[in-house]
Structures are given as structure tokens and as C-alpha cells.
Write a protein that binds this ligand. Structure first.
Ligand SMILES: *Cc1c(COP(=O)(O)O)cnc(C)c1O
Length: 396
């Protein structure tokens, strides 16, 4: 293994740990525990557990460890801790470091469950959270205080695809010693340079592009060795958010093809967004890769111009038209995952963001006509004709 490898090489060879059989494909160590040679060895392992030693799968497992090392290498982080889901990762990253009396600043455009942690759970344990419009650096500057412990945001928000300036927010946060925690799902590990741009902790739902084929739940927290082993691991190994070895193996194999998938999906998303922009049945076409996106300059700087694999379409005519559009599509499936090989369409206002008040949804731009479109690996022209026929149908 080499630190100097580029992402594509890390994705295939990073973190490999071979057994005595020298298998080519990573082994699944579907075991909870590990046998010690004698009582003294057990005692010694509990005193100090080496990098290549294991105690119990809630603490660590060889297959899980391969996944952690591969994604850490890919992301340019020192270490990683894998979790049972993306939400276990978001919760683990935040609650492992925070205590009553701490102050956090968060962007308000968040995935529903992230918002629940920031708004409800942290408050119950006495953590004060100030919400800001994440795209406005002046609001971050006004909200960050000398005692702010952490800032949190989705680098690209779900589902309105606002892009947040990692470098800009990190500069403000680091000036007071606050940790920058980034939920990087929509930016994807393929386009991300979040750590180089100032993120201290990067969180992924591996359920999305890392698996990429809709099979398994998983998550991961990436950061410095000190943060992962000193702060996250003690919290997670005792609270039980561990990733299963089988799911870790699914993720390991998913990472190998992730760049090919995500690049193809992003190219199709770009093509579809460009073709649909200005369509008479659409109020707005939201895609960070469009030159007309409000933060396209930031997308160029932060993501090399890549807009990701998701676009959002605001259909004229509200919920009724949005439902008619969804029901008329023949290729994308109506569901709520994203980053899958299959295109997936979602109506956030009535599903993923149903829990929010109408006022909150209005504030976040989650209108009744908004459709989130996770672009899959189908032929882009087939997808485009399908979307076109479903839109034309509305106007007929
Ligand atoms: C899906 C998602 C999560 C949660 O991930 P799970 O694996 O479903 O727990 C967190 N943040 C964002 C931005 C997501 O899209």
C-alpha cells in the first residue's frame, strides 16, 4: 500500500489485508470474536490491542478494518471508523465529541434525520445549536463564537443541492478552534477533496454511492488518528453502532467500481439537467453542474466542476403535477435511496422531509412540486426521453 497512490488505485488496493491463503478478493470474516492462544494472550490483548489484532466485532473486525482503511486512504484521512448506517456515523461523529453546555453551528438545509439529531437530540443533552443559511459565510461568521465546539453541514444539501464553501467555513471555525464536520454524501468520495479543503471530520452514508447498488446500509467517519481512535472509537465501541462484516465486504467491493459508476452517473445528470433547463413544465432545474446554478463558481473550485449524481426538478402545478410526473415515469423507480445504479425519484415534501413543518419546507425551498432525481447507470438518452414524455404528459 502506498500513501502516494491516486484515488482510483486506493479504491482497488487500499486497505487490503490478506489471510494465510493469499486470496485475491477480500475475505469476509463473518465472526464476532477471536480466539486467544492462552489466558495471558487474552489479558495482553485487552491491555493493548495492536493494529492487526482484534477482540470483538463491536470494536473491530478484519473485513471492517479493510473497508475503514480503504475509504480513509481514498479520502486522504488518517483513519476511519465504520458504522452500521450513515446516521450512526453522523450521530457518532457529533455525540462522541460533544457534551452539555457545548455550542454547535449548523447549516439548516439538512437531510431530515440529520436535522433531528441537531435540533432534537443534541438539545435534549444540553448542547446549544445555532442554525444558519449555510451558503452565507457572513451568517457563519456571526454565529461562530469563541466557545463553539463544532460546525456541521452537508457539503451539498439534500434535496435542494446548495453547495457549502468548505474552505470558507473551515477558516472561520478554525479561528476559534472548532472542528469542521462535513456530511459529504452528495459530493461523493469520488469528487471530494474535503480534508485538503479544511474539513476535520468527513462523514459518509456508505448506503449511497459506496455500495451504489442498493444492497446494504453502512456509514463511515473519517478523520485524524487522534480523533478516530481517541474520541470516536471509545464512544462507538461501547454504544454499538458497528458495521457488520458482511456489509463491510459489500462496501469494499462497491468502492472498487465507485469512480466508474459515479463519473458515469454525474455525466448523465449533467446531460439531463442541461437538456431540461428551461422546459415549460418546470419551475426550476436544480443541478450544481449547471452554469446557471447560484454557486457554480464554488462548484468549479470545490468539486472540479462536478455537480454530482442528483438533480432536482421543480414541477409547475405543485403536488398534483409532481405525483402525475412520478407516476408517468417508466424507468426511474419511486423510492428514497440515492446513488444507486437504478435511477430513483423521490418527492421530498411527502416522504424524506414530511416531518418538517410547511414553514420549514418553504424556508428550505422544498416546494410541493420538487422532485429529487438520483441519476442511475441507465442510458442517459433513455432516461431523458422518459422524463420528457412524463413532462409532456403534464402539459397535454
Ligand atoms: C442518506 C443520508 C444520510 C443517512 O444515511 P443512512 O445510511 O440512510 O443512515 C445522512 N446524510 C445524508 C446527506 C444522506 O443523504
Amino acid at each position: 500500500m502506498s500513501d502516494s497512490w491516486n484515488k482510483r488505485t486506493q479504491a482497488v488496493h487500499g486497505g487490503v489485508r490478506r489471510s494465510q491463503y493469499n486470496e485475491v478478493s477480500e475475505a469476509i470474516f463473518l465472526t464476532q470474536g477471536f480466539v486467544y492462544d492462552n489466558a495471558e494472550a487474552a489479558e495482553a490483548r485487552f491491555i493493548e490491542c495492536g493494529d492487526d489484532e482484534f477482540i470483538y466485532a463491536r470494536y473491530g473486525n478484519p473485513t471492517v478494518s479493510m473497508f475503514e482503511q480503504r475509504i480513509a486512504a481514498l479520502e486522504g484521512g488518517e483513519d476511519a471508523f465504520a458504522t452500521a448506517s450513515g446516521m450512526a456515523a453522523v450521530n457518532g461523529a457529533l455525540t462522541s465529541m460533544l457534551k452539555a453546555g457545548d455550542h454547535v453551528v449548523s447549516a439548516k438545509a439538512l437531510f431530515g434525520s440529520c436535522l433531528y439529531i441537531l435540533e432534537n437530540i443534541l438539545a435534549r443533552f444540553g448542547v446549544e445549536v445555532t442554525f444558519v443559511d449555510g451558503t452565507d459565510l457572513a451568517q457563519w461568521e456571526a454565529a461562530i463564537r469563541p466557545d463553539t465546539k463544532a460546525v456541521f453541514f452537508e457539503s451539498m444539501s439534500n434535496p435542494t443541492l446548495e453547495v457549502i464553501d468548505i474552505e470558507g467555513v473551515a477558516k472561520l471555525a478554525h479561528a476559534v478552534g472548532a472542528l469542521v464536520v462535513v456530511d459529504n454524501v452528495f459530493s461523493t468520495p469520488v469528487f471530494s477533496r474535503a480534508i485538503e479543503q479544511g474539513a476535520d471530520v468527513v462523514v459518509y452514508s456508505a448506503t449511497k454511492h459506496i455500495d451504489g447498488q442498493g444492497r446494504a446500509l453502512g456509514g463511515v467517519i473519517i478523520g485524524t488518528k487522534e480523533f478516530i481512535r481517541g474520541t470516536v472509537e471509545p464512544y462507538l465501541k461501547h454504544t454499538g453502532g458497528a458495521l457488520s462484516p458482511f456489509n463491510a465486504w459489500v462496501m469494499l467491493k462497491g468502492i472498487e467500481t465507485m469512480a466508474l459508476r459515479v463519473n458515469a452517473q454525474a455525466a448523465s445528470a449533467q446531460k439531463i439537467a442541461e437538456a431540461l433547463e428551461g422546459h415549460a413544465a418546470l419551475e426550476r432545474t436544480l443541478y450544481p453542474g449547471l452554469a446557471t446554478h447560484a454557486q457554480n463558481e464554488l462548484v468549479q473550485r470545490q468539486l472540479g466542476g462536478k455537480g454530482g449524481t442528483v438533480l432536482s426538478l421543480d414541477i409547475k402545478g405543485g403536488k398534483e403535477a409532481a405525483f402525475a410526473f412520478l407516476n408517468a415515469l417508466t424507468i426511474p423507480v419511486i423510492s428514497n435511496n440515492l446513488g444507486d445504479a437504478k435511477s430513483i425519484v423521490t418527492h421530498p415534501a411527502t416522504t424524506t422531509h414530511q416531518r418538517l413543518s410547511e414553514e420549514q419546507r418553504d424556508e428550505l425551498g422544498i416546494t410541493p412540486g420538487l422532485i429529487r432525481f438520483s441519476v442511475g447507470l441507465e442510458d442517459a438518452d433513455d432516461l431523458l426521453s422518459d422524463v420528457r414524455q412524463a413532462l409532456d404528459n403534464l402539459q397535454a
